[in-house]
Structures are given as C-alpha cells and as structure tokens.
Design a protein around this ligand. Structure first.
Ligand code: ADP
Ligand code: MG
Length: 617
C-alpha cells in the first residue's frame, strides 16, 4: 500500500493535467467492476429461474426469502425491485416463454459480456493514454532538470547513470503505469462488485470467505519486499552496464589501440551475469506469488465446499457462490502482480525523485540584472575556488580591460581551465569575486552573461547535425548567410565546400568524419557566428600538429580582431601575440608582464620557455 501511495504522490502532479481522461478511465474501471458483479448476479438469477422452487420465489413473493435482519430486508427489497423489472424479460421454469423472454434469455449473457468487455477496453485505453502522456512529460522534465543542473552534478555522475534515469527508469514507470493504473482501479472494484454479488446471495458465507484475505496478503507483502530488493540490485547493475557501454563506445579508438576489446566484453559479460541473477530472483519472487495465492485461496474454496454441503445451501446458490469465489481469484492475483510490479518500479522511481529534487548549485539571482554588451573591464578579485578538498585557485587578482588580449600560461593542472569555468559561471567561487563592468557575475542573468562570451576549447563538441547547423548553433537567429560568412572567416569554407554534401553534410556525433584542424575551424566559425565581445580560447590549438595549428591560428587571429581575448595555453608560442601574459602555478598568479619581459625574467615562464625551446638557457 505504501508503494502505491508513494507512486501516486510522485505521479500526481503529472496526472493532474489529464484529469478528464483519467477520471473517464477510473469511472469506466468502476463500471467494469460492477459489470463483473452483474455477470455473477445474472448467473445466479438465471439458475434460480431454471429450478421450480427458485422460480416460485422469483414469481414475486418477497416473503419467500429466508434471511433475517437489516441485510435480509434490504436484500429482499432489492430482489423484489429487480425481479419486477426483469421478470417480463427473462424465461422462468414452468412458464411458457414469449418472444420477450426468448430474446432476453438469448441476449442477456452476450450483452453483459460485451458490456463488461467494452468497459474494460475503454478504461484500459483511457488510463494507458494518460500513463503514456505522464511518462512522456516526466521524461521531458527529467531531461530539462538535468540540463538545468550545474557542472558539479555531472562531475559526480556517469553518463550511463543519467541515460538510465531519462530512459530506463521512466520506461520502467511507464510499464508499471500502463499495466498497473488500469488494473489498480479495475481489479479492486471487480473484487467489490463480485463481493457485493456474493453478499446478496449469501452474506454469511461471503464473510467467511473473506477471512482468507489476510492469509493471502501476508505472503504477497513479503515477496513484494524481496522483489524490491532484487530490483534495486538489478538497477545498479543496469546502470553500470550503461556506463560501460558509453565508456566503450565513446572510447572505441583507445579500446582498439590498447587491445581492450576482450577485456571490455568480459566486464560486460560479468555485469550481464549479475543482471541475470537479480532478474531471476525477481522472476522467482514474482512467479511464486501466484501459486501461493492460489494454494491458500483454494483452501478457502475447499472450506466453502464443506460449508455448502453442511449447511445444505441450495444448488443455484452453491453454483454461484463457487463461481463467484473462482471469479475473485483472477483480480486478487492481478492485484498481487501489481503489488510486485510497484515494488519493482520503486527503485527507479526513487532515482527519478532524487534527480528531480536536485537543484543547480549555480543559480540565477532572484532578480537578475539584464546585461547589454561588455563595455569596460573584467575584474577578478581575491578569487579562490575548490572542487571539494583543496583550493585549485588561491586568491587570484586580475584585471582585463576591454580590448586586451590576455594570455594565461601555466603547467597543466595549474588551474587555467578552472579559471575559465568560473568566468563562464559553470561554478561559483568559494570566495572572492569576478565582476564584469562592475557587476558581480552572480547578479547577472545567466543567458546575458554567456552571450558576452564565446568559447573555443581543446575538446570540440560537434552535434549530430549538419555542418551548417553546427555552426549556426553559435547564435539562435543566425541566417545561412551568417553561417557561410563565419565559415569563410574561419578558413573553413573551402574544406566544407569539398565535403560530400557541402554545408548539409552531417557531422557524426563526435566529428569522426573531420580532421582535428577541420573540427577546430568549425568551432571557430561557431564562435564567429556568436559575435560575442569576449573570446575565450582554452588550449584551442593544443591538440593540433604544427601545420593545422598554423591554419587554425590564422582563423583565431581573425576572430580575435576587435575583441577582448583570454587565451589559455601551456604551449607558450601560442601566447606570443598577447598584450599581457599571466602565469598560473598551483592556482596562484606567480608572474605577469609582456611575453618578452617574462621570457627574459628568469622565472617559471622562462623555465617553461626553455623547456619548449623558445629561448636558450
Ligand atoms: P589546467 O587547465 O591548468 O590544466 P585545471 O583547471 O583543469 O588545470 O585543473 C586544476 C586542478 O583542478 C587539477 O589539479 C585538477 O585535478 C583539478 N580538477 C579539475 N577539474 C576538476 C573536477 N571537475 N573535479 C575535481 N577536481 C578537478
Ligand atoms: Mg585545461
């Protein structure tokens, strides 16, 4: 029950938007349950009419009914009313049947069966429609949430885990809702409907059979717990598997280069084995539920038979009692199945709840300041930052006036990219601040801030779209002319023209069909389209060989014209044309000056320069 209520609390906000269909589904489900009860009543009624004594009772003498007390009176009243209504339409023993009674006898069951069937269909359809919608919305919401989270969240989780949340966990919920939502309403009402039918036939016997329910429920609950535990383990394995797939596929070159194919497949095989184990544990727990419910249930059936014999219940009542109890098994078994399904879904739902609860650590101010275009200077004051354990940047002070071309040098790991991350506000400083035109970054609308900046970094991200679209995503309203102009400016036009479909060539996800230099020039064209006043280059040419670097460098120089540039590099030759260079070492600014000054000075820059053959020692 707890599982059901928690699931409902979770899906309720999504369900609310589809109240019409949902209520239609629920109402149809209730009617379906009632139709089940009706069917039972029809069996009983007709049987009664076929035996002489029953027929006499049905002839309209309410006193013929033996039951006492309020239930008895109420029942007698109901019986009289229905008898009066249906008697002309149903055949009765010892009465010559006219056309109405023949038609009634012929069509009663087909009618009730069809009614029940179509009600069931309508209810399943509406509720399935609702659950598909709900899951769609949820999936969107999860992805939207993920994109809204800050980078620290992604540092903590694997891609496989996140993919499983968006796809796997929601798919599990979908399966659960699809099957569960309709059964969840249909079956209890069915049970109640049949129960009501049985009550009318013999309420004492019915009460007696009900005492078996707790006996059935106990094993269902215990087994459900087992399903939940195994499902949790299984989900963990599924996530690991997804992560492994992402790892292998995105690193396929390294996997092949290091002959790791077998090893990776082995890791995968081990996970498959684990998954098999937990799946089978779930299957066992789920499938054993049925036999247990059945065994206990049929025990009740047996006792019913004995009581029926001892109490000398009339034949037609006995038949309908037994039929009713037999009818009730299916919904009880289905409910037990749903319970298991809910328990199985539980772990996934917990994960969805978790991710939806996450809040971005970098949050836009409540009343963000709109920011036009960068005017005067970026000021970094006493800036410190840590990813967790130790400070990666320590008390950095720096001023970048508009139009300056600033170089940031430093060994790898000295915190250069971290500084760039802070400038883009991918993270917030632990202490100190970055201001742009006198405004703290934290006050400015995030969209406006990032519109000031264009990033070209070492790892180029190309999307699975055409070349033109990849460039155009630098600015939402870029036209085709803008794209081509940018490509020309980035010296990319020529090679793009030579691609099989020119600008329409699809770039595969990570740009396997392009060389490193070509990808880099696409990234530069994208930055051109963006036309942002501040250009940030983070090791933009570090991965390129000398020839492609020369090509890309030309493109960069053109892009840097009339812009403020922050150029990060550990390869010092890249910084030769910068107005001013600062040197980072273990998160601290240790030197600054012009390129030549620093080279002459005999500090860290000079040492790096000598190692890179820029000057002689
Ligand atoms: P650089 O760009 O100068 O090579 P980074 O700024 O990337 O250096 O990294 C500076 C330090 O911060 C390194 O010691 C690195 O291990 C650490 N670091 C970088 N990114 C993360 C991260 N996402 N989580 C934890 N530590 C990180
Ligand atoms: Mg770096």
């Amino acid at each position: 029950m707890q599982g059901i209520s928690r699931l409902f609390v979770f899906v309720w906000p999504y369900l609310r938007g589809y109240m019409g269909r949902f209520m239609a589904g629920v109402v149809l489900a209730v009617l379906f349950g009632i139709a089940n009860g009706l069917l039972l009543w029809a069996v009983n009624s007709l049987l009664m009419r076929m035996t002489p004594e029953g027929a006499a009772a049905a002839a309209g003498t309410a006193n013929a009914l033996t039951s006492q007390g309020t239930i008895g009176e109420w029942k007698a009243w109901l019986q009289t009313v229905t008898e009066q209504a249906v008697d002309p339409w149903l055949p009765r023993a010892g009465r010559a049947a006219d056309w109405r009674q023949i038609t009634g006898g012929l069509l009663l069951f087909p009618f009730l069966a069809a009614l029940r069937g179509f009600l069931g269909y309508g209810s399943s359809y509406c509720l399935a429609w609702v659950s598909e919608r709900v899951v769609n919305d949820l999936r969107l919401e999860v992805l939207r949430k993920l994109t809204s989270l800050s980078l620290d969240y992604f540092n903590k989780s694997t891609i496989g885990d996140l993919i499983t949340r968006v796809n796997g966990d929601t798919a599990m919920l979908q399966r659960c809702l699809n099957v569960g939502l309709s059964d969840l309403f249909k079956e209890p009402v069915t049970i109640l409907g049949i129960m009501a039918g049985l009550f009318l036939i013999d309420w004492q016997l019915t009460l007696l059979t009900m005492t078996f329910f707790p006996l059935v429920i106990t094993p269902v609950v215990i087994l459900g717990k087992k399903v939940r535990r195994s499902a949790k383990v299984g989900l963990k394995t599924t996530v690991n598997q997804a992560s492994l797939i992402v790892e292998v596929l995105s690193g396929i070159r390294a996997v092949k280069a290091f002959n790791l194919e077998e090893k990776m497949v082995d890791r995968f095989r081990r996970l498959c084995g684990e998954l098999f184990g937990s799946s089978m544990r779930i299957v066992r727990a789920k499938e054993i539920t049925n036999p247990i419910v059945e065994s206990i249930g049929t025990l009740g059936f047996g006792i019913l038979v004995v009581i029926v014999v001892v109490r000398q219940v009339s034949l037609e009542n006995m038949v309908s009692m037994l039929a009713g109890v037999a009818f009730i098994y299916t919904p009880v078994k289905k409910l037990a199945g749903i319970h298991n399904l809910l328990e199985q879904t539980h772990a996934g739902v917990e994960r969805l709840v978790q991710v939806l609860k996450e809040e971005p650590t970098v949050r836009e101010a409540a009343n963000p300041v709109r920011f036009g275009r960068f005017q005067s200077a970026i000021e970094i004051e006493n800036l410190s930052f840590s990813y967790g354990h130790r400070d990666v940047l320590q008390a950095v002070n720096l001023r970048v006036p508009r139009g300056m071309k600033l170089g940031i040098a430093g060994e790898s790991g000295s915190g250069k990219s971290t500084l760039v991350n802070l400038l883009f506000r991918f993270h917030d400083p632990s202490s100190g601040s970055i201001r742009i035109d006198g405004r703290d970054l934290r006050e400015i609308a995030l969209g406006d801030l990032r519109n000031q900046l264009a990033l070209v970094s070492q790892e180029i991200v190309l999307f699975d779209m055409s070349v033109a679209e990849n460039i155009a995503c630098g600015r939402p309203d870029a036209t085709r002319e803008d794209v081509e102009a940018a490509a020309r400016a980035a010296f990319a036009d020529e090679f793009i023209q030579r691609l099989p479909q020119g600008y329409e060539t699809r770039v595969t996800e990570r740009g396997f069909n392009l060389s490193g230099g070509q990808r880099q020039r696409l990234a530069i064209a994208r930055a051109f389209v963006r036309n942002a006043p501040i250009l940030v280059l983070d090791e933009a040419t570090a991965a390129l060989d000398a020839k492609s670097e020369a090509e890309v460098q030309d493109a960069i120089e053109r892009l840097a014209e009339n812009r403020t540039v922050i150029c990060v590099a550990h390869r010092l030759s890249t910084l030769r044309k910068m107005d001013h260079v600062v040197v980072l070492s273990s998160g601290q600014l240790v030197e600054q000056g012009t390129f030549d000054e620093l080279l002459r000075k005999g500090g860290l820059f000079n040492e790096m320069g000598r190692r890179q053959g820029l000057c002689d020692g």
